[in-house]
Design a protein. Structure first.
Length: 306
């Protein structure tokens, strides 16, 4: 099922047709409050009342024209202004291929730097999302370059990739900000763990390595981008054993998933941030969300019923 859904995420024919179908548009509302930025800001305002911070991402990837990349960067600059005006603890999560990474790497980096500079004036963070393995090395390298001059930039790393442990050690000298996720792309066994138990084991080991970095340097920031509460609880226990404060890491979950757990972590004194996606280019992102958990597929199928 996971393989099929990830294939569907890459299929251009389906990408052009499924978003037009009513049941698909209804089902995607499970994972996003709406397509308009105003919908995302309204959701973040509601989360704020519950003590939950927000992270915004405009869905889309692999633009084919540099003008599209420039428009995305301009949108995010405007979004930073709107976040500030709404007095929301909100950060950005951006995909490099949406900022023209395939077309002009230097220009994509300039966009990230410009966003980071604007975010810094408001005390905000910009996260660089991780995409398929074809982009991993270039993404890590770009993050290294930007992080050395801009402390408010973070990067997403994927626990299912075998290389990630080495990447964490590589980034240690620059006190990185890392959002650790399991990974949601179809990758070969040679470079990625395939079994869930192996991915979970590696996730816990990588998170522990990040906690050690955090203990040595308070500038290190850790985001646990998973809905696996058992895994989060294991890492929280390890953090406590290391005498780290509860804000040594942040629980980062998607909009619409495990809201009960998000509230519980807030009550328990942990920092929680919800990733809110919006925009019209949601198809590939949505299919990867379905591939992550069978329960998500069941929910989507229910939307097809009268």
């Amino acid at each position: 099922m996971r393989t099929l859904l990830l294939w569907m995420a890459r299929n251009r024919w389906l990408r052009e047709r499924i978003p037009r179908m009513g049941f698909a548009r209804k089902a995607v509302r499970r994972f996003m409050p709406g397509e308009d930025p105003a919908d995302a800001l309204a959701a973040a305002t509601a989360f704020k009342r519950e003590g939950i911070a927000s992270e915004f991402t405009r869905l889309g990837e692999n633009v084919t024209k540099i003008e599209e990349a420039d428009a995305v960067a301009a949108h995010y600059l405007e979004m930073l202004e709107r976040i500030g005006s709404a007095d929301i603890d909100g950060e950005l999560s951006v995909k490099l291929t949406q900022l023209g990474f395939d077309l002009d790497e230097a220009r994509a980096q300039a966009h990230v730097e410009r966003l980071a500079d604007s975010a810094a004036t408001r005390g905000r963070m910009v996260w660089i999302d991780m995409e398929g393995s074809a982009y991993t090395e270039r993404t890590v390298a770009l993050f290294e370059r930007v992080r050395t001059t801009r402390a408010n930039v973070g990067v997403c790393l994927q626990a299912y990739l075998r290389r990630t442990g080495a990447d964490i050690q590589r980034l240690a000298p620059i006190a990185p900000a890392v959002r650790l996720v399991k990974g949601a792309y179809a990758e070969p066994e040679a470079i990625a763990y395939q079994r869930k138990t192996d991915v979970n084991t590696n996730f816990a080991a990588l998170a522990t390595a990040l906690l050690h970095l955090r203990k040595a340097d308070s500038r290190v920031r850790i985001g646990l981008g998973t809905h696996d509460v058992e895994l989060i609880d294991v890492i929280a226990a390890r953090s406590q054993e290391m005498s780290l404060p509860k804000d040594a890491f942040e629980v980062q979950m998607l909009y619409g998933i495990r809201a009960d757990a998000q509230r519980r972590y807030v009550r328990d004194g942990f920092s929680v941030r919800t990733l809110i996606g919006y925009g019209t280019a949601w198809y590939a992102w949505y299919m990867r969300r379905l591939a992550e958990r069978p329960a998500n597929v069941v929910f989507a199928l229910r939307q097809m019923l009268p």
